[in-house]
Design a protein around this ligand. Structure first.
Ligand SMILES: CCCCCCCCCCCCCC(=O)CC(=O)SCCNC(=O)CCNC(=O)[C@H](O)C(C)(C)COP(=O)(O)OP(=O)(O)OC[C@H]1O[C@@H](n2cnc3c(N)ncnc32)[C@H](O)[C@@H]1OP(=O)(O)O
Ligand code: NAI
Length: 712
């Protein structure tokens, strides 16, 4: 799978052919090595150009091979191929169109010259797969760019646009025209010229002052950002090798580090996330409609109703995807403020017009409602939209908790009603839950999924139920965190355990950020709190289950979180972000425990993790059982891209499989026995059945789920 041809009499053009991204599979590696050898031995060949077939240069090593050692070991090794390329006595030019990523860029670094198309991008994104550039990239890039720039690229894994790559010296030349033709012309001009200096393996790394201090600091910085991931730290170690060791010794270090990473659970989890992200696009619905049989009607105009926190971000996301947007808001001051905020985010008008009148939505292909979380207000808007909007227009709500079916039934077009659950900030967060009810048509889902892709979102099709998938699973997680406070934990202890696990923020810091009042309002609507609710039942029980009123009591004290400068933590002023421990809270919790006869006990981090995460995972199994999510992979995509679940732990369902389903079941049984009034700790029947059927691998869970009532 590497094409070999001679052009212009003396230039061998080797073209990597493995659509869609020209990954370096075993067959490609075989073909590449044979071609390089052919070019070396053919006396007519005086120079070589390496390119990608039909566009992209190369998306790197074939990630599908990584899970299987025998696949990895079949065919020649990339390191060996790249050594042959670098050692060739004839100039080799990489002609980079589209992208050169991972092993693709490592191949280009082994070439003597790099030509890029002006719209190409290059990068070493292995770190996001739990790896490092293990085919010489960690050793050659620092020799070319210097340690600082190389370390930045390798530790962040960021894609670098051609213009920047030229400035960095990573690309030698750019062209707007045909890259291969330009590279061929250049290769001919380089024929016969000395190459020693062009071989990066021969070059020392550009010197760096205070090298030890530099790397110590780099390690601390990487550790601070890694949230427990091993790969970024290994990347720093490998680059340090490049800066301090001869090339071959550095290559040995790179190999050792790579072997450890490649066989790690973290790399397995990160790889799983890579495919999970892409797999979400292959959606299904309960009526049997599928992503590949259903055509989506294109959407080119949209209306957003309500320009508060969410509506502004949604407007920006839609405008950036190229839609023409009309933004509707009834409050004059909100409208003015939103207009300024949206323009700032879009750096100009960006195809957005504004109105205070719902009639402005009449011509839109899609309407996204983002007004207050109040059923009566939303019902009224959906009634109006049903008559105002043109036939065929889709009506979406961004509600995070209300019933989509109820909103659909307010309209004359229930098949065109759906939930588009964006996450805050909507123009930044990658996740979009596409929520369909029983009457939502497959074409509506298809159009929403296609739009999600245009916005660069990871869109996951889910069924309608309270909280959909993400928030539904969050509820038991939050609940256990509250219970732990009652039993003796502090917010600091709970948050530290979760942050050490890899969440960017513990549950209490997260509540302070999003606002405690949001949950309070929802609990009031559900009749769980509010005047008179506790008159005929104990303070810590609701509907026969354990209930913690801690969140309600905090709100009654006016402690809404960051917005009021006080919540589970203390902040310097309302709106400030730095959380400090609050002595008030400690006494508040002590008094609370005393009042309710609760004895504080020592709680360790393991209990925090097991109680919070197993309760969340248990709900995930229930979601699967109910058919609200089509697969465990979809649940994991929701958690990784919407809730900060660390990628190197794969997502909650993957994590459960990695921990062992029997262990999760055992843990839940233990905690449920200790807390029988907490139903979320009662293991669900799907988990029991999976364990009884021998804990099959995650991609086989659907066989056990089958037979259950499914909404998807
Ligand atoms: C005992 C054990 C011994 C261990 C020995 C250890 C030694 C091992 C030596 C191995 C050395 C390896 C060295 C190395 O440097 C490793 C790498 O190169 S890792 C790969 C790095 N590359 C990437 O991370 C790029 C990943 N891809 C992307 O970012 C995007 O796909 C891309 C920007 C290229 C294109 O984006 P887009 O156009 O949006 O398309 P999609 O993302 O939807 O992808 C389309 C399709 O292609 C699949 N795919 C993409 N990249 C790869 C790939 N590298 N390998 C395999 N397949 C890939 C993708 O999954 C999509 O297919 P689906 O079917 O939809 O999933
Ligand atoms: N804030 C968050 O983090 C998230 C919120 N959501 C959901 O998004 C929706 C909006 O939430 P926020 O943006 O936080 O609320 P918000 O209170 O910041 O904004 C709501 C806006 O709607 C406007 N509005 C009210 N009635 C209107 C009407 N009839 N016509 C036009 N505008 C009207 C209000 O003036 C206000 O500007 C809610 O359903 C919420 O549950 C979903 C995901 C996350």
């Amino acid at each position: 799978m590497a094409q070999y041809r001679i052009v212009s009499g003396s230039v061998a053009v080797i073209s990597i052919q493995n659509p869609p991204v020209n990954a370096l599979s075993a067959a490609v590696r075989e073909g590449l090595l044979l071609s390089v050898r052919a070019a070396a031995s053919d006396p007519l060949v005086r120079s070589v150009v390496i390119s990608g077939h039909n566009g992209p240069f190369c998306g790197g090593a074939d990630i599908k091979e990584f899970g299987n050692v025998s696949h990895l070991e079949s065919g020649p090794h990339l390191v060996e191929i790249f050594e042959s390329v670098e050692a060739l006595a004839k100039p080799v030019v990489a002609a980079i169109e589209g992208f050169a990523l991972g092993g693709g860029l490592e191949l280009a670094l082994a070439c003597h010259y790099r030509f890029g198309h002006s719209e190409a991008r290059v990068g070493l994104p292995e770190v996001s797969l739990g790896l490092l550039p293990g085919a010489g990239g960690s050793q050659r890039l620092p020799r070319l760019l210097g340690v600082r720039a190389a370390l930045d690229m390798i530790v962040t894994g960021r894609h670098v646009a051609a213009g920047e790559a030229l400035k960095l010296g990573l690309l030698d030349r750019l062209t707007d025209g045909n890259t291969v033709d330009a590279a061929v012309r250049f290769a001919q001009s380089a024929e016969g010229k000395p190459l020693d200096d062009r071989r990066l393996g021969n070059r020392p790394c550009p010197p760096l002052e205070n090298i030890d201090a530099f790397f110590e600091e780099a390690l601390i910085h990487a550790r601070g950002r890694a949230r427990g991931a091993a790969a970024p730290l290994a990347c720093v170690q490998a680059v340090r090798g490049a800066a301090t060791l001869p090339f071959l010794k550095g290559m040995e270090l790179e190999k050792r580090l790579m072997e450890t990473l490649m066989t790690s659970g973290q790399a397995q989890a990160s790889r799983y996330c890579f495919f999970t992200e892409r797999g979400a696009a292959r959606w299904t619905t309960p009526t049997g409609a599928r992503w590949d049989t259903c055509r989506a009607r294109p959407i080119s105009t949209a209306a957003v109703i309500g320009l508060g926190t969410m509506g502004r971000g949604i407007t920006v996301a839609l405008a950036r995807a190229g839609l023409s947007v009309v933004a509707v808001e009834t409050q004059e001051h909100q409208l003015d403020e939103a207009q300024r905020a949206v323009s700032r985010m879009l750096k100009g008008g960006g195809g957005v017009s504004y109105s205070a009148d719902l009639q402005a939505a009449a011509g839109a292909d899609l309407v996204v409602e983002a007004v207050f979380e109040d059923m009566a207000v939303k019902e009224e808007i959906f009634k109006q939209l049903s008559s105002v909007c043109k036939p065929g227009a889709l009506l979406a709500t961004n509600t995070s908790s209300l019933d989509i079916d109820r909103l659909a039934s307010c309209t004359l077009r229930p098949e065109q009603v759906l939930g588009l659950h964006f996450f805050a900030p909507a123009h930044v967060m990658r996740l979009l839950e596409v929520v369909s009810g029983p009457r939502t048509s497959p074409q509506t889902v298809a159009a929403a999924m296609q739009l999600g892709r245009r916005m660069g979102k990871v869109s996951v099709a889910v069924g309608n139920c309270p909280g959909f998938v993400g928030n539904r699973m969050l509820k038991p997680y939050l609940e256990q965190a509250y219970f732990l406070l009652e039993e003796g934990a502090s917010p600091e202890l709970v948050d530290a355990a979760l942050e050490e696990f890899g969440f960017p923020m513990g549950v209490f810091k997260m509540s302070d950020l999003s606002g405690l009042d949001i949950g309070w309002r929802v609990r009031k609507e559900e009749g769980l709190t509010g005047p008179g609710v506790t008159a005929d039942q104990p303070m810590r029980t609701r509907r026969g289950r354990r209930y913690s009123p801690l969140g309600d009591l905090m709100c009654e004290e006016g402690r809404y979180g960051q917005k009021t400068g006080r919540g589970w933590y203390l902040y310097d002023r309302p709106g400030a972000r730095v959380a400090r421990s609050d002595p008030w809270l400690r006494s508040f919790l002590e008094e609370y425990r005393e009042r309710h006869g609760l004895l504080a006990r020592r709680i360790d981090q393991q209990e925090v993790l097991e109680r919070c995460l197993y309760a969340l995972i248990n709900e995930g199994f229930r979601v699967l059982e109910d058919g609200v999510a089509a697969s465990p992979q979809n649940i994991d995509a929701i958690y990784v891209f919407g809730y900060g679940w660390p990628k190197h732990r794969g997502g909650p369902m993957f994590y459960a499989a990695q921990v062992g389903l029997a262990r999760v079941l055992e843990g839940l049984e233990k905690y449920h026995k200790a807390h029988p009034d907490s139903p979320h700790l009662q293991p669900c029947s799907l988990l029991r059945r999976l364990v009884a059927s021998g804990s099959p691998p995650i991609h086989k869970w659907s066989e056990v789920v089958k037979g259950h009532r499914s909404q998807l």
